[in-house]
Write a new protein. Structure first.
Length: 152
């Protein structure tokens, strides 16, 4: 039996669930906090693709498995050039819960292969969830310092 490595994060966002949901599914809104190019088809079986993520400029790719507008998203996830976490090899589940006049985003990233990948993804999620929290609340998170050099 193999041990499953799971990452869990929560953040409170000063915005309604519908706004947060849009910032997780609308390509133009996603670009305000992550990536250099985005394609999403937010329905079960639809594409999830964010190009130019992090300093390496890798592409995050997966397939939506569950889409419950303003409540829940689940999609497979991996990296186009990822040997340890290839496309579709892990699962991201996001629940949006009304809380304190805003939204509690509860994220679980499961199926990671080892503790090193959990630590690496934890750093990435900390960075990008912070940027999402700002963008969805109507603030400008500014240029992404993790964006690959030479890419807009």
């Amino acid at each position: 039996m193999t041990e499953q490595f799971i990452l869990r994060r929560e953040t409170h966002i000063a915005a309604p669930r519908a706004t947060v949901f849009a910032f997780l599914t609308d390509p133009d809104k996603i670009l305000s906090w992550m990536g250099t190019e985005v394609a999403t088809e937010p329905h079960p079986g639809g594409l999830y693709l964010v190009k130019g993520v992090g300093a390496s400029g890798n592409n995050a790719r997966g397939t939506f498995r569950e889409v419950v507008p303003v409540h829940r998203l689940a999609y497979s996830f991996g990296w186009d050039e990822g040997k340890e976490v290839p496309p579709g090899s892990s699962l991201i589940e996001i629940d949006l819960i009304e809380q304190d006049g805003g939204t509690l985003l509860r994220m679980t990233h499961s199926g990671l292969p080892n503790a090193e990948q959990v630590a690496s993804h934890d750093k990435g999620w900390t960075h990008y969830l912070g940027r999402l929290t700002m963008a969805a609340a109507g603030q400008d998170p500014g240029p992404d310092p993790r964006k690959p050099q030479g890419k807009m």
